[in-house]
Design a binder for this molecule. Structure first.
Ligand code: PLP
Length: 416
């Protein structure tokens, strides 16, 4: 199936018994079985079926199946949030003493998570994205995984997934990629060599900012060794399902960060238009970013689709349908950044991305507030930086809004 068809139909292999065209919301905490034996069978993983929504739920499964197909994976686990999905993806294979190597250009919440993991004895080494010598030099016997975002948020650097996965695999390490900002519309990281892909489905997948959720998808190809990943000892016998089986049987159910059926339903509604929205949003972002760059040379625009971006070549190689719907602008000072944000009438001042509506934020004082000055610098977060998540509005209205806001700060220059 091609993309716009797949978002509607992929992974829905059984017709709902009453013929409903939308997946029913199984708003039930528990599921009754015919006998004590059948309930025992489900608990022993010997029979299919549902017992308790923290473990699995039919509406949540429908969402997982759709994303598995869109990302080209083997199986998915949906969680209460993007952060829960990342935590579950990492902790499924890590223990005290282990190390993570990650691109430093990351979503602020993920940087915070890595700091939280330190108190459990898990250390993270931050490296510059696509800096192969440094990445290779950081690998040691304790390294257990490599992590990066397809398009760093808000640095907007583009990871060369093929090269990074080759490097990871040469050292027997899995590559985990956060694909939130690019989405499966632009790229399927699993097809470029990544082993596990994570999405904050609160963003583009949901699309309307109506539910927080996250999902991870395993490609089922990484060869886990018992020696290196002792947590998987009892699960390697499941072959390609080892990682997901261990997760479902242990930390996913025991940490308890499951997705609610209602939110799975909202995501299933949202995902149907993911392709259409991304098409429009990428086009709006490209045109708005180019227009600002061309008309206001004092503003430094960063967008992977622009030739001025150091990541334009990798973006062109990996993405065929667009360059994402986020761009950033450096406007000279924090005061000017605040003034521009305040002057915008249409763009909402929101700490979010991937909505149908255009959103703006000053990352340095918000999402990266808890990062150290060094972390901010490495993540491409500057005092004068504004992040724009472009929506599906009419481009002309967006251009007029940005024009009046930019002219407002130009005219008040020096007046303070
Ligand atoms: C928002 C976001 C997350 C966290 O997702 P939540 O659903 O807010 O928990 C992780 N990674 C990236 C790139 C994000 O943009």
């Amino acid at each position: 199936m091609r993309y716009h068809t797949a978002v509607l139909h992929a992974g829905s292999n059984e017709l709902e018994k009453h013929g409903a065209t939308l997946p029913p919301i199984y708003q039930s905490s528990a599921f009754a079985q015919q006998s004590a034996e059948s309930l025992a069978g489900i608990f022993e993983n010997k029979a299919p079926g549902y017992c308790y929504t923290r473990v699995a739920n039919p509406t949540v499964s429908a969402f997982e199946n759709r994303i598995t197909k869109l990302e080209g994976g083997m199986a998915s686990v949906a969680c209460a949030s993007g952060m829960a999905a990342l935590t579950t993806a990492f902790l499924n294979i890590l223990q005290a003493g282990d190390e993570i190597i990650t691109s430093a250009s990351l979503y602020g919440g993920t940087i915070d998570l890595f700091r939280d993991l330190e108190s459990f004895g898990i250390r993270t080494v931050f490296v510059e994205n696509n800096d192969w010598d440094t990445i290779e030099g950081a690998i040691n016997e304790n390294t257990k995984l490599i992590f990066a975002e397809t398009i760093g948020n808000p640095g907007l650097d583009v990871t060369d997934i093929k090269k990074l996965s080759e490097l990871a695999h040469a050292h027997g390490l899995p590559l985990i990629v956060d694909n939130t900002t690019a989405t499966s519309y632009l790229i399927r990281p699993l097809e470029w060599g990544a082993d596990i892909v994570v999405n904050s489905s609160s963003k583009y997948i949901n699309g309307n900012s109506s539910a927080i959720s996250g999902i991870l998808t395993d490609r089922g190809r990484f060869k886990w060794s018992k020696e290196k990943y002792p947590m998987l000892t009892d699960y390697v016998k499941f072959g390609p399902m080892a990682y997901i089986c261990r997760m479902r049987a242990t930390i996913f159910r025991n940490f308890g960060a499951c997705l609610s059926p209602q939110n799975a339903y909202l995501n299933l509604l949202g995902v149907e238009t993911l392709g259409l929205r991304m098409e429009r949003q990428c086009e709006n972002a490209y045109k708005l970013a180019s227009w600002i760059e061309d008309n206001y040379p004092e503003i430094k625009v960063n967008y992977p689709g622009l030739e001025s971006s150091p990541w334009n070549l990798i973006a062109k190689e990996q993405f065929t349908k667009g360059y994402g719907a986020i761009f950033t602008m450096r406007v000279g000072s924090k005061e000017r950044a605040f003034a521009l944000i305040n002057a915008l009438k249409l763009a909402l001042k929101v700490s979010n991305i991937g909505d149908t509506k255009t959103l703006v934020i000053h990352p340095e004082s918000t999402i990266s507030l808890h990062s150290t000055p060094k972390q901010k610098e490495e993540a491409g977060v500057y005092e004068d930086l504004i992040r724009v998540s472009v929506g599906i509005e009419d481009l002309q209205d967006l251009m007029e809004d940005f024009q009046q806001a930019i002219e407002h700060i130009e005219n008040t220059k020096g007046e303070e």
